[in-house]
Design a protein. Structure first.
Lengths: 419, 502
């Protein structure tokens, strides 16, 4: 076992003493030492060093994902803070290539002048790096209409076993040459390598955005109306929030439906009419800055203060029923069958284990699964963060991990099935 | 006619010379295996006569031909599993095939004696409108999925030109596109789960009915793997609500370059049409002569631009597109007046390849991609290549995606023309890569473009891809000798091959 001071010294000799540091704040729960390589070549040198001495390594953006789910810090955190440039933006091609350390918000501000955006909207995009968005498959409300990184990634570069720099895809919007590492790396939680660069297709920013909101005393009523909205019109996003989540949005403590619409003036007018006609309840429409503020609050709903936060994934039509059975507070992407659910009160470790097990049981009964997003440090050891894939799929995943990380240095023990 | 030269020096595992007592020819496979396969699928599910096998000697990539020794047609996942287990025990390689409409030789047997055809697994298993999903067997024809849900107002988005024949399994293998992928994405964006039979015969369920997978996204790795990771027998597909309305425009230009400039201008204006398709002079004439659909026969190029979405917005968008096309030089922009006119335009577009068959004894459809803004440039390259090799080249393609399909006309009876057709295609592809594009947008690498893979990928990239494939099929028994070129082996297509009936 190599200790932190020794690791820091060796990193300094590889990439310079200015670029190795102690972890700050929550980073300490993700890694014991932080290295900040300047480029893919330095990243590769770090990977080779770690492989030579079996040093565990965690690729980090702002460390917000791994600091919530690692049971123990990795020996080394590789921060891509110095690899945060836009490499190529071609507005007329509607593509952008960026280094993985750049934040989602910075990528979008580089395109704002051209009226375009990379429409994946993770929680707090100014803190979410492109690499983290891909590796942890972070997405937000707009997933309903715009998809996730899975749909928009057109090329990827990562540093893998042996420090090899591997590319897949390219910079064009349609491309089926070779095997698809974009999909494989997406949601791989840093277990197969360090993502260093990504290319995306981008979309025009809609001219107008508005939000339809309606309040309900019961969850079932909210989901019924959400469904009628979805059937009445193509929506930009469709969320349902539980009472305590609603309060965090500045709304009354009831169940709320928040349906986003976007497009031209004529489209917005039509969509407003269609939603109003579809609803038996009273619908309030927010526009302009009011709509924008509410959307940002909805996107950035904070789960960090809660004892257990988890992501429930089920077929969309099953979501309302499973959520009711879970008896938890939630923000639901009602059109996508995905919800972030949280416990009302901080439980003791035994109770925490039971709660997660029960949620997971309910998810599986609906042909879905559940991943824990965060757990308070005192109950973390009691909790299984990742759900277990079926036996055959898990065997393939283990083989995939062995093939791409034979020395087991990349974020070990922090993925499905103990990978 | 040159003789078929095996492109690999690997042995044909499991092959032995066998002549049956009844005189039928089952070249190379031992009778015990054939009996076992017959027991699995029934006598009508195994084809061993060389005359019948000739039908399977190639897919849509007709430059190379090689019939399998044996064809097996399972009816279920379990039968597929039993077949692959039997092959695995004897170390016999196989090639999966759907409808054989692929255009890069993905279903061409290359040292794979057994072909497994999925066409009898053709049931739509479940239509789940509440979740916007359908579950189908992989032999279901692409268009049949949309036909099954259209009445309820839904459609299955990937729409390759061959959609009346091609299968979902083939689409998954090739990650197929189509005109409407501009707005709606390719097959990978619409497959949520698959049942995959590994080369070993093991059945695995990947993904499912949910939006996110549990663990690695293995469905994403299987889609587009060109049948090299096993055989997909079932798939859960996403279906979409049909757009409320369409506006389909036909814009006429003096030349292809002006048409492609209009494409860039439409995209740059922030308009995302459902599809933007281009046809050049040669294709327009061929289509008009074959089908009389009313295309302007004297035009240098036409664009078919389809806008879809909310009716409330489309007239405004159609007016904007019309103005953009006119300022890019369109002499006429015509709006399809009704569903019949719209249908006629799409029929013209989707039957373009068929029409080309009238112009020359043979044609090779290339598939390359450039950044959309480089379209005028690649068209100049294609034109120069056409002159250089003295071969006519037509262009019909998905302009909005930068996905070109030059159609190279030749006569395979003239070896110089055949050689020229192959070289011309390669030169165009190399130019695509130089412009920052790709070797293939939707047809796949297959056998056709293995030799070009190093233009796009480094040895490390190719090694990683091979490792990915080995996770599913460590012995390379499923569709061997595709996609990845073997180091040190230069793939040469010397001449077309026709299997001579024994």
């Amino acid at each position: 076992m190599t200790d932190s001071a020794e690791i820091a010294k060796r990193i300094a000799s590889l990439i310079g003493g200015d670029h190795v540091r102690a972890p700050r704040g929550a980073e300490a729960r993700a890694a014991a030492v932080i290295a900040q390589p300047a480029d893919p070549a330095e990243t590769a040198a770090l990977v080779r060093m770690c492989e030579a001495d079996a040093i565990s390594l965690a690729p980090l953006g702002a460390a917000r994902t791994l600091s919530e789910i690692r049971r123990a810090p990795a020996a080394l955190g590789v921060s891509l803070a110095r690899m945060a440039r836009v490499i190529a933006y071609e507005p007329d091609d509607m593509t952008i290539v960026a280094q993985a350390g750049i934040s989602v918000a910075q990528v979008n501000s580089a395109m704002a002048q051209s009226g375009q955006r990379m429409p994946v909207d993770p929680h707090e995009p100014e803190l979410t790096s492109v690499g983290a968005m891909i590796a942890a498959h972070h997405a937000g409300p707009l997933r309903l209409s715009e998809g996730t990184a899975r749909d928009l990634l057109i090329g990827i570069q990562f540093i893998g076993h042996g420090g090899a720099m591997i590319r897949s895809g390219g910079r064009v919007v349609k491309n089926v040459a070779g095997y698809d590492f974009m999909k494989l790396m997406n949601g791989s939680f840093g277990t197969l390598g360090i993502i260093t660069e990504a290319a995306f297709k981008v979309r025009p920013i809609p001219e107008f955005y508005a939000l339809a909101i309606a309040s309900f005393d019961r969850a079932a009523g909210a989901f019924d109306v959400a469904r009628s909205f979805a059937n009445a019109a193509p929506l930009a996003h469709l969320e349902v929030t539980s009472p305590r989540m609603s309060v965090a949005l500045g709304l009354a403590p009831t169940y709320w439906v928040l349906a986003g619409i976007s497009g031209t003036r004529a489209e917005i007018d039509y969509l407003r009419g269609a939603i109003a006609r579809a609803s038996l309840a009273e619908v309030e429409f927010l526009a302009g800055d009011d709509a924008r503020r509410m959307y940002c609050a909805l996107r950035d709903c904070d789960f960090a203060d809660w004892a257990i936060g988890a992501q429930l994934v089920v077929p969309p039509a099953a979501l309302a029923g499973v959520l009711e059975a879970c008896d938890a507070e939630f923000r639901a992407h009602a059109g996508s069958g995905i919800a972030q659910i949280i416990t009302r009160e901080p439980p003791a470790p035994d109770a925490a284990r039971a709660i997660v097990a029960r949620w997971r049981e309910l998810a599986r009964a609906a042909r879905g699964h559940l991943r824990v997003l965060r757990a308070a440090p005192e109950i973390r050891d009691a909790i299984e963060f990742f759900d277990t894939p079926n036996h055959g799929a898990l065997e393939l995943m283990r083989a995939m991990k062995s093939a791409f990380d034979p020395v087991k240095i990349f974020n070990p023990g922090c993925f499905a099935g103990g990978i | 006619m040159g003789k078929w030269r095996p492109r690999r020096d690997l042995a044909w595992y499991g092959r032995v010379a066998t002549v049956n007592r009844n005189g039928t020819v089952t070249r190379g496979l031992d009778a015990g295996l054939i009996d076992e396969l017959r027991a699995i699928v029934g006598a009508d599910g195994v084809v061993s006569h060389s005359s019948e096998l000739k039908v399977y000697e190639c897919d849509g990539w007709t430059i190379e031909k090689s019939a399998p020794d044996l064809l097996v047609m399972p009816r279920s996942t379990e039968q597929t599993s039993a077949i692959l287990s039997a092959l695995w025990r004897r170390d016999v390689a196989f090639v999966p095939r759907g409808a054989g409409t692929g255009l890069s030789g993905g279903a061409l047997p290359v040292e794979a004696p057994v072909m497994i055809c999925t066409s009898r697994m053709n049931r739509i298993l479940e239509i789940d409108l509440a979740n916007r999903r359908v579950e189908v067997e992989s032999g279901v024809v692409n268009l049949h999925v949309t036909n099954a849900v259209r009445g309820a107002g839904f459609f299955y988005a990937p729409d390759p030109s061959s959609q009346q024949a091609c299968t979902i399994g083939g689409n998954i293998a090739e990650n197929s596109g189509g005109p409407h992928t501009l707005k709606y994405g390719v097959t990978a964006n619409h497959v949520l789960g698959v049942t995959l039979v590994l080369a070993s015969g093991q059945i695995v369920e990947l993904g499912g009915a949910c939006e996110e997978p549990c663990g690695y996204d293995l469905v994403g790795a299987v889609v587009g793997a060109e049948g090299t990771v096993g055989i997909v027998t079932r798939a859960t597909l996403r279906i979409m609500r049909e757009p409320q309305a369409h506006r389909t425009l036909l814009a006429t230009f003096a030349g292809a370059e002006a048409a492609t400039r209009a494409v860039s201008a439409v995209i740059a204006a922030g308009i995302v049409p459902g599809a933007i398709e281009m046809m050049d002079r040669l294709i327009i004439r061929a289509v008009e002569e074959a089908f009389h659909v009313g295309l302007p026969a004297d035009a240098g190029a036409v664009l078919i631009i389809e806008l879809d979405g909310l009716a409330a917005a489309l007239d405004e968008q159609a007016a904007a597109v019309t103005a953009i096309a006119r300022s890019a030089g369109a002499s006429e922009v015509r709006l399809a007046r009704d569903e019949a006119e719209r249908g006629a335009l799409w029929k013209a577009r989707k039957r373009a390849f068929g029409a080309v068959g009238r112009l020359a004894p043979n044609y090779a459809t290339q598939d390359g991609v450039v950044p959309r803004t480089r379209l005028p440039e690649i068209l100049r390259v294609i034109s120069a290549v056409s002159t250089k090799y003295n071969l006519a080249i037509g262009n019909v393609f998905h302009a909005g995606d930068g996905n070109i399909h030059p159609i190279i006309l030749y006569d395979e009876r003239d070896p110089a023309q055949l050689r020229g057709a192959i070289d011309a295609g390669r030169e165009i592809l190399a130019a695509c890569v130089t412009m920052g594009g790709s070797l293939t947008g939707e047809h796949g690498i297959g056998v056709e473009k293995q030799g070009e893979m190093p233009l796009l990928f480094s040895p490390d990239d190719l090694r990683a891809m091979t490792e990915l494939r080995h996770v599913f099929d460590p012995r390379e028994r499923s569709n061997p000798n595709k996609i990845i070129p073997r180091p040190g082996v230069c793939v040469e297509v010397a001449a077309p091959h026709r299997q001579v009936p024994v």
